[in-house]
Design a protein around this ligand. Structure first.
Ligand code: ASP
Length: 339
């Protein structure tokens, strides 16, 4: 993959060497994310940050990543605040917005919507999540985090044992992560979900076709015993036909400190794409895990910034200019990067 001028629509575009390249560039972004250095390498460039579905992390971290490279951000949130609600097509929307932007990040509830949009766009488009289909930048930051966490335990991604838990049917972060992990060697996937919310067969087929193991089960405690990584997810309530349907799964799979202590290996890393659902009976990832040093959820979110900076820098072909154009920050700052 060349990156320059390319759309990022699916993790299927990446090879292992593309990922290595991206991660090397991401590491160079740490002094900027940590507010030690500033660069204006994207001065004058505009990001169209188009989020037609709710988002906190993805929208804000894409915007921050662009700002940290020196560019300006314009954004739309919600369909009702855009002319899509007046019946405008993706084609027209893309033609218009690509006249105003240098890169567009788009999220929409419809599977395939971002690809359709990208076909009409005159600038590169990054998929910020298309329905239950894919969320490539999330999977890339997750993989980067997995690699870092494993490195600190002197392990590699090859040979990883990962337990993916929750609504695996609708979780686009899980879909992209499973596909990406198949690029590595000898991954053991334990897929824990209520029966109706299992990982779709096409992903399981891809996992197996590439020689990895996949066990499906409904019981949390037996599935997490040998995992290096537990990847928890929330029930994607917005993908169900009614709230009543979604409520049937609320609180069925929950991880808390006492389950962790009783059933997990001492160094098992806990991840979640976030948001975790902290309401009432949901709480798939209990807040009593907040002080657990193996809880990597906020390292994931910090890593999101450097991964997204690296994507932009590669797409706009400025990765090699960043060091030369950087200087130390001139305001009071505390290091904050925790990736
Ligand atoms: N933030 C992730 C997504 O947009 C995960 C989630 O919403 O549960 O897919």
């Amino acid at each position: 993959m060349n990156f320059v001028g390319e759309n990022i629509l699916s993790v299927s575009q990446f090879s292992r060497s593309d990922i290595d390249h991206l991660f090397l560039v991401a590491e160079k972004m740490i002094p900027f994310a940590n507010r030690e250095k500033v660069t204006r390498v994207l001065e004058g460039a505009i990001l169209g940050n188009m989020f037609f579905e709710p988002s906190t992390r993805t929208r804000v971290s894409f915007g921050c990543a662009w700002n940290l490279l020196g560019g300006e951000v314009r954004e739309t949130t919600e369909i009702k605040a855009s002319s899509l609600s007046k019946g405008e097509s993706f084609y027209d929307t893309a033609r218009v917005l690509s006249g105003y932007s240098d890169v567009i990040v788009m999220r929409h509830e419809q599977e395939g919507s971002v690809s359709e949009f990208a076909e009409a766009s005159r600038v590169p488009v990054v998929n910020g999540g298309d329905g239950a289909n894919e969320h490539p930048s999330q999977a890339l930051l997750d993989l980067y985090t997995i690699r870092q966490e494993m490195k600190s335990q002197r392990k590699q991604v090859d040979g990883l044992r990962i337990a993916l838990i929750g609504d695996l049917r609708h979780g686009r972060a899980v879909h992209s992560l499973c596909k990406l992990l198949t690029l590595y060697e000898n991954i053991h996937f334990t897929l824990i979900s209520p029966r109706d919310l299992g990982l779709p067969q096409k992903y399981i087929a891809e996992i197996k076709a590439r020689g990895h193991a996949a066990d499906e089960m409904e019981d949390l405690t037996s599935g997490i015993a040998n995992a290096d990584i537990i990847y928890m997810t929330r029930t994607q309530e917005e993908r169900f036909s009614s709230q009543e349907q979604a409520n049937r799964y609320r609180g069925l799979l929950r991880l808390n400190q006492s389950i962790y202590t009783e059933f997990c290996q001492p160094n098992t890393v806990i991840m979640h794409p976030l948001p975790r659902d902290s309401r009432g009976e949901a709480q798939e990832l209990d807040e009593d895990l907040n002080e657990n040093p193996n809880l990597a959820i906020f390292r994931q979110t910090d890593n999101g910034v450097v991964i997204r900076m690296a994507l932009f820098a590669l797409i706009l072909n400025v990765a090699d200019q960043i060091e030369a154009s950087s200087r130390d920050v001139n305001w009071y700052t505390q290091g904050r990067f925790d990736g």
